[in-house]
Design a protein around this ligand. Structure first.
Ligand code: HEM
Length: 508
């Protein structure tokens, strides 16, 4: 057979197979798919808003093609239940981009692991050990230290005469709490000293996080069109260097903990100590320990800071809500002491403010994509094995069919009806639901509520002097996590006696 005929026959077989697949499956409707690229060039940068628009045009379950990969997006409560409850197990794998595959050593961690014995084991470590209520409570002093450090540093800004009449960038303070909290919790290290100076390991840590993001993004196009990949050679060397750098830092920190434990004889509560002492019991490889520690950084750092920034924007836009939350704090806490997480049960309105912020602005509006490990049916349509399924939790949380007046920021709705947000009520899914529900949900809620409580108890928040509340930009940045497009600027005015603005430092 001549090479020409061979090539033609191969193409014909591929086309026939594709046609057979298309006729065999009844796929969800969606925007017209272009050859090779699919819908890649039709998707607007803020994806969850684009999918919401398409859901209005094509219905609550749509097909979107990233090159030759089918992505199915569901946008109502019933379909979310089908995905995350009825078909949970068949839809519990993960799609690993080439960079995610490299970073996770092909799913040896938790976030990028497919559903299977490894996943079940590591998830058990998370549920029973890392995120147990006992450990969460034991690590509370770290969270309270960091939140009071934030209050102190905002107070220093406000009381500096040079800053008279000048607004502050809220994200700067929230980002610092999130960073210090998660690095202390996972690695048992505060990389920043009392004077806000970061040590060498901290700089290395930050550089690794930034480099990881850069490498992850650089392959985005080639990722979806496998046969075009030769045009975008995988930056093997850059990946290998990055992995080695991350492992070197993590191993050095692990070694410090081993030495400290041998010296003192007692085990600390940080994740690194927990994982090292549980290594034999759960048969955890070093790759898994390193992968898990970095999962916590990836999943737990931005999400909390993003949630609080959105909540603060809403509280500035809605002074009535801000005042009501402050009245509750004044009544329950008073002005002789600062709030603690143990006060939460007496602060129902504050808890509702946090919940309402997570409803209107879920930090991961499309959750993380799940991959089908079998052919399944959702909403009467076929989802072939290997497709990615996304739940647009943002659209569901804004759906007028299930929410009264969905666009208004009204925490009272949760006092009128107690709606669960940890995966049991499919109207409200900021943490997902089912097997892959966020294992850090309670920790995230505690941290978000604590940050909000302190910000509101200690300060009154208004827009910058020359700005009206309507001018606050309430749109999102593109990306897997939904940061505010324009960092929130605000004026903070202290409202408690001065001696309550001191950091309550703990050494643990
Ligand atoms: C407001 C804060 C947070 C929000 C809104 C949030 C939300 C989510 C969502 C939507 C998922 C994906 C669920 C799915 O795939 O179905 C997830 C996964 C995950 N989250 Fe969170 N998260 C938050 C905080 C945290 C924190 C503080 C940690 C840990 C320190 C954490 C650790 C994880 C991990 C390890 C996963 C992967 C779970 C898996 O693949 O099985 N998250 N989170």
């Amino acid at each position: 057979m001549s090479p020409f005929i061979l090539a033609i026959s191969t193409i014909a077989i591929i086309l026939a197979y594709k046609l057979y697949q298309r006729l065999r499956f009844k796929l969800p409707p969606g925007p017209r798919r272009w050859p090779v690229v699919g819908n890649l060039y039709d998707i607007k940068p803020v994806r969850f808003r684009c999918y919401a628009e398409w859901a209005r045009a094509y219905g609550p379950i749509i097909s979107v093609w990233f090159g030759s990969t089918l992505n199915v997006i569901v946008s109502n409560t019933e379909l979310a239940r089908e995905v995350l409850k009825e078909c949970d197990q068949q839809l519990a794998d993960r799609h690993r981009t080439r960079s995610a595959a490299k970073f996770s050593r092909d799913g040896k961690d938790l976030i990028w692991a497919d559903y299977g014995p490894h996943y079940v084991k590591v998830r058990k470590v998370c549920t029973l050990e890392l995120f147990s209520p006992k450990r969460l409570e034991a690590l509370r002093p770290i969270r309270e230290d960091e939140v009071t450090a934030m209050v102190e540093s905002i107070f220093l800004h406000c009381s500096n005469p040079e800053n008279q009449g000048r607004s502050l960038v809220v994200r700067k303070y929230l980002g610092a709490v999130a960073f210090n909290n998660i690095t202390r919790l996972a690695f048992g290290k505060r990389f920043v000293n009392h004077e806000d100076i970061m040590d060498e390991q901290g700089h290395e840590f930050k550089a690794i996080v930034a480099n990881g993001l850069k490498l992850g993004a650089s392959l985005a196009m080639a990722e979806h069109i496998p046969w075009l990949r030769w045009m975008f050679p995988l930056e093997e060397e850059a990946f290998a260097k990055h992995g080695a750098r991350r492992d070197r830092l993590t191993r050095a920190i692990m070694e410090e903990h081993i030495v400290a434990r041998q010296k003192s004889g007692d085990t600390k509560q940080h994740f690194v100590d927990a994982l090292l002492t549980l290594q034999d019991k759960y048969d955890l490889s070093e790759d898994t320990i390193i992968g898990l520690l970095w999962d916590m950084i990836t999943a737990g750092m931005d999400t909390t800071a993003i949630s609080v920034e959105w909540a603060m924007a809403e509280l500035i836009r809605n002074p009535r809500v801000q005042q009501k939350a402050q009245e509750e704090l004044d009544l329950v806490i008073g002005s002789e002491r600062v709030m603690s997480e143990t006060d939460f049960s007496n602060l129902p309105y504050l808890l509702s403010v946090a919940k309402e912020a997570l409803r209107l602005h879920p930090p991961t509006p499309l959750m993380l994509p799940h991959r089908a490990n079998a052919n399944v049916k959702i909403g009467g349509y076929d989802i072939p094995k290997g497709s990615n399924v996304h739940v647009n939790v943002w659209t569901i949380a804004h759906d007028p069919v299930v929410w009264k007046d969905p666009e208004s920021f009204r925490p009272e709705r949760f006092l009128e009806e107690d709606v669960d947000m940890k995966g049991h009520d499919f109207r409200l899914l900021p943490f997902g639901a089912g097997r892959r529900v966020c294992p850090g949900a309670q920790l995230g809620i505690n941290l978000v509520t604590s940050m909000l409580g302190h910000l509101l108890h200690h300060f009154c928040w208004t827009p910058p002097e020359a700005m009206k509340v309507e001018e606050i930009d309430m749109l999102e940045n593109p990306g897997l996590v939904a940061y505010m497009r324009t960092p929130l600027q605000a004026m903070a005015t202290p409202r408690l006696p001065y001696h309550l603005y001191k950091r309550i430092a703990v050494d643990m």
